[in-house]
Design a protein around this ligand. Sequence first.
Ligand code: FES
Length: 198
Amino acid sequence: MTHQPKSVSPEMIEVVNGPEEIAKTGKRCVMTRRQFLLTSGISTFTVMVALKSGPSSAKVPAMVSTYERKFICKLSDLKEDEPLDFTYPDEGAYAESMIVKLGKEAGGGIGAEKDIVAFNYTCTHQGGPLQGTYQKGDKALGPCPLHLTTFDLTRHGIFISGQAYQSLPQVLLEVDGDDVYAVGMFGLIYGRYDNLKG
Ligand code: FES
């Protein structure tokens, strides 16, 4: 199912930006995030994602897709600034991704400190591989080995510098006890016309 609602539901605002946005809008979410995702199934929305850090409160458009959840790792296995690799949403081309505990609150972050995020490893410019480029000082991925783009992992993967003009696709995460699951994507993976079709 694919559709683009005229306005963003409070449930999806909470999925993307956390409960603070709900508090700001004065609307209460009647479903848990898990219930929402289960009810929504595989679907795609365009939402305005708040950049939660930085000098302004700017919002950027992002395509959010929810898929069946996939176990990624144990929460207790994550160590600060030590990325773990995984593939999502499948095992196909450009599915290589990473999860990292930044030690700093981030947009879309999960865990007690909201600092655990996950991103696709493929540069949105021309598909350069970003594996091994995590910078703990800047909480960033890059520079890309092809044309030097660097992406800010605290702000939904927005580019900091370089040739790319699209944010790095962010993997939507969910915690269930000590288990961390991938449940969707913000943005389109490089080289795919649909995230589920490599
Ligand atoms: S492919 Fe990464 S900056 Fe060009």
